[in-house]
Ligand binder design. Structure first.
Ligand SMILES: [Zn+2]
Length: 252
């Protein structure tokens, strides 16, 4: 039993930290799934979401380098530091389109509008990485019934859009959806903040009995919680891609 590591690339600041994160993962013989958002970097519009009410807890300097790079490289997925992921042994999946708009306004969109956003994301992703994405995760864990209907039309092998314990097929009323969900068990340490010191112990315990998923952002955990991230990787043993977790999923 082991941990699936999900790495969300939401912004240019995240993209910039990817090469350094790969070095650290190599050191721990760990694999991960990188979910890459597409479209322009709008992170600075979204800082209040990441920092919650404690804006001072997440240093603005986390975003400043990305801000300057975003002027040169308009879209997150086309940032040159992501090219290193191709043929790296890690998995690359699609993390929606226009992260800020998605996580804040998905609930107002109809199925056609959601479909169009996913379609655009797939096209930008394919242009950049040379293959159609096989896995998906919804920015900000935003979901709706319309989203789940739209998602099923793309035939992704799996999606990771919820917090939870075990893989499942979402159901709304009588409707059971076709895209299997691999939920995140442990939120990103930067989001847990005061409880983060408990994470390595929790991971050690979980690793002995279950498959589970933890998610991180390179621009936060790698740059501001490096020692904790090392403890996490150490406690988890060899982490896997979400695809490997998916392939080990017993029949649901
Ligand atoms: Zn995200």
């Amino acid at each position: 039993m082991t941990m699936g590591l999900r790495v969300d690339v939401d912004s240019i600041a995240d993209a910039l930290a990817v090469p350094e994160l790969l070095v650290l993962l190599e050191e721990f013989n760990s694999r991960a799934t990188f979910f890459i958002t597409t479209g322009p970097d709008q992170t600075l519009m979204n800082v209040s979401h990441y920092a919650g009410k404690n804006l001072l807890n997440i240093p603005l300097k986390r975003y400043i380098p990305g801000f300057f790079h975003s002027i040169l490289h308009h879209n997150v997925e086309s940032h040159p530091s992501l090219g290193i992921l191709i043929n790296s042994g890690h998995e690359i999946g699609l993390h929606g389109y226009r992260h800020y708009e998605w996580m804040n306004f998905l609930h107002k969109k109809n199925m056609m509008e959601v479909s169009n956003m996913i379609k655009t994301g797939c096209r930008l992703f394919e242009n950049e990485f040379g293959f159609f994405p096989r896995s998906f995760s919804s920015p900000g864990f935003a979901t709706s019934k319309e989203y789940l209907f739209a998602l099923d039309n793309f035939g992704f092998d799996y999606s990771s859009d919820f917090y939870g314990f075990h893989p499942f097929y979402p159901q709304v009323g009588d409707k059971k959806f076709d895209t299997v969900q691999l939920p995140v068990r442990i939120p990103s340490p930067c989001e847990l903040q005061s409880n983060e010191t408990k994470i390595p112990g929790m991971i050690k315990e979980l690793s002995e009995k279950d498959n589970f998923i933890l998610y991180i952002h390179p621009s936060c955990e790698l740059l501001y919680r490096r020692e904790l991230l090392k403890d996490i990787l150490e406690s988890a043993g060899n982490t896997l891609t979400l695809r490997e977790i998916y392939e080990n999923t017993a029949d649901l």
